[in-house]
Write a protein that binds this ligand. Sequence first.
Ligand code: NDP
Ligand code: OXD
Length: 297
Amino acid sequence: MKKVAPDLDVRVWPDQMGNVADIEYCAAWLPPPGVVKSLPNLKVIMSLGAGVDAILKDPTLPHDIPIVRVNDPDLTGRMTEYIVLHVLMHHRQQRRIDDNQRNKIWDSFPTHAARELSVGIMGLGVMGVDSAIKLRDIGFRVAGWSRSLKDIPGVESFAGAEEFDAFLARTDVLVSLLPATRDTDGIINRATIRKLSRKGPFGAPIVINAGRGRQQVSDDILAALDAGELHAATLDVFVPEPLPPYSPLWTHPRVTVTPHCAADSDPETICAYVAANIAKHQRGEKLKNLVDRARGY
Ligand code: NDP
Ligand code: OXD
């Protein structure tokens, strides 16, 4: 912050807070409960990430202070790289090729075209739309599911609980880019997996979760893999994080574990975003990317 906004009086919690009554803006990722409430003159909370579940879980969080979340092309671009990478990794069976190379096996198995695979993205927000467009442009059959219907050329849109099953039925690769809310908790469960398409080239679906760990029921994913109901999974987010060493997800041959790195927040980019929003607020301009607390995202 000091580098990108040298004129701001920046205080760092917990040691350099000074008189807390001076503090008008707070930038946070996982504030310990009670810290935000202890700032009597706070005007805006700036999330350091796109997801705000870690901020909203503080039961003492004041109700009337706006929360701005990150919506930045750097973060979105990183997420799209991750989603495209992992869809392609499964589609091109790269893990099989890696295993074969380790064992010096020349196994030229048949491959298939992108148009043969249906990708379904849960969450057609800032991240989901960008990933959908890039996957569409590669040639995958892409659909998205969100609360409200979207109009994105070449991307089929489904909305609400009533269209969830139809969305799942056409999906070979299920991607989650949903926020963690009461409504999305546990959404990737055995029943959801069983509703996915089995018409794709692998005969069973694939799950990629880069939203939040709370969305997946890990035991259901493992059971579905072992029962042949799920072909493979890529998981970037977990409960708890870090994923403990004893978790069977680490060693399952058809699970790819990544350490919540799908879209890393680059400190300079995010601090510049926060500083720009502070300047905007001080000029009396309307803030964008405000969190709707009732919706939870
Ligand atoms: P947005 O708020 O822009 O998009 C959220 C999307 O989810 C919207 O399309 C919204 O629908 C949809 N949605 C929310 N609740 C429901 C529901 N109950 N049913 C159906 N659709 C729902 O968020 P972003 O795209 O910026 O980020 C998404 C999430 O990605 C973050 O909340 C965070 O959890 C995760 N993330 C993970 C990172 C990582 O490194 N793994 C990095 C960054 C983000 P509608 O459009 O109708 O409102
Ligand atoms: C985010 C994250 O929400 O990094 O930005 O998970």
